[in-house]
Design a protein around this ligand. Structure first.
Ligand code: AHM
Ligand code: MG
Length: 340
């Protein structure tokens, strides 16, 4: 196809949102504006990420975030970009971020709306300095008390999410989105500055022969994870009677992006080092939005025993164990946990 013909077939994010609203009545004007503002914030973050050592926001700060991790300059810049890009639209009551201890109320200079936005501004920060793909994760909830939102307003089950998505800043910049009617992937056309629909209705294969886990923690795992992973390592010689491949990027968004495109299972289990800590990843900023996307693409997501989207959050920054991806594998490792 000629380049000019190809471009006339482009479906932009805006066109897609309007078509989805016509089809499912699922995207109010407020929500449409919010998704546009989020996608703009992701473009800006992607730009700064691509500057690398040439940019001003390169390297670490001497500040720790709420999780005790040293913040990178890009963590802070990305957080600020998300706040300023999304506070003016009149569609949000408050925001919460993995990088901020408390919630961020929409300032009085702007009208407040009926939605709440949660985000991890830059996921996979350990990869920032080494030019490996990183991303932004976001989740939108309804707000019943839009005039006086509190931390409590955010503590809703993941199944109540209205929108979830992520951007990956890699060789290409991609935006993956669900509003509860399947999962679509947009690629940033850098020349046009537009998000173009490139992968419609992504579906995760039920079966997979690929897994992702940080196996340097192997000696700390509990029995169900030990059993599940060792059976895969045994490969064709063991009970699974098949060889498995392993991939670990250490950016959840990038590992999930691969799984959305070709299947796989991603695991970040709780382990014996901190028996009271139910895993490393954060429920509200990482596990919930990704679980919503994974389920919408036909996959499954549990904390080993229960569906992630059914968990009642107790606090904003709560952590959770994560098993997600191809349904048959997630069901298997969940079965191993339930058997004890
Ligand atoms: P972050 O939000 O501080 O970047 O931490 C989350 C990241 C995930 O993207 C990734 O899957 C995991 O932490 C990597 O953990 P590890 O350093 O154990 O490999
Ligand atoms: Mg993160």
């Amino acid at each position: 196809m000629e380049a000019t013909q190809l471009m006339s077939h482009y479906i932009t994010l805006t066109q897609h949102l309007i078509e989805e609203q016509r089809k499912h009545n699922s995207i109010t004007a407020d929500l449409c504006l919010l998704i546009e503002a989020i996608s703009h914030a992701c473009k800006l973050i992607g730009y700064h990420v691509s500057r690398g050592a040439l940019g001003e926001a390169y390297g670490s700060t001497d500040r720790e975030n709420i999780h005790g991790e040293i913040q990178k300059k890009l963590d802070i810049l990305s957080n600020n970009i998300f706040l300023t890009a999304n506070e003016w639209g009149g569609n949000l009551a408050a925001m919460a971020s993995e990088e901020m201890e408390g919630i961020y109320l929409i300032p009085d200079s702007f009208p407040r709306g009926n939605y709440l936005l949660l985000f991890d501004p830059l996921d996979g920060s350990s990869n920032i300095d080494v030019n490996v793909s990183i991303g932004t994760i976001f989740s939108v909830l309804r707000c019943s008390d839009s005039r006086t939102p509190t931390e409590q307003s955010f503590l809703q089950q993941g199944s109540h999410q209205v929108v979830a998505g992520y951007a990956v800043y890699g060789p290409q910049t991609s935006l993956v989105l669900t509003t509860g009617y399947g999962v679509n992937c947009f690629t940033l056309d850098r020349e046009l500055g537009s998000w173009i629909l490139t992968h419609r209705d992504l579906r995760i294969p039920l079966e997979t022969r690929e897994y992702a886990i940080n196996s340097s923690n192997q000696r700390h795992w509990y029995t169900p994870v030990q059993r599940y992973v060792s059976e895969m390592i045994d490969g064709a010689d063991g009970t699974r009677k098949a060889d498995f491949n392993m991939r670990w990027i250490a950016s959840m968004v990038s590992d999930v992006h691969r799984i959305l495109h070709r299947g796989g299972i991603f695991m970040y289990p709780a382990d014996k080092r901190m028996p009271r800590r139910p895993g490393k990843l954060r429920l509200m900023y990482e596990a919930n939005p990704i679980a919503f996307i994974i389920e919408q693409a036909g996959g499954a997501a549990t904390n080993g025993k229960n569906r992630i989207l059914d968990i009642y959050p107790q606090s904003l920054h709560e952590r959770v164990a994560v098993f997600l991806g191809s349904k048959n594998e997630v069901d298997r490792v969940t079965r191993y946990h339930l058997k004890g």
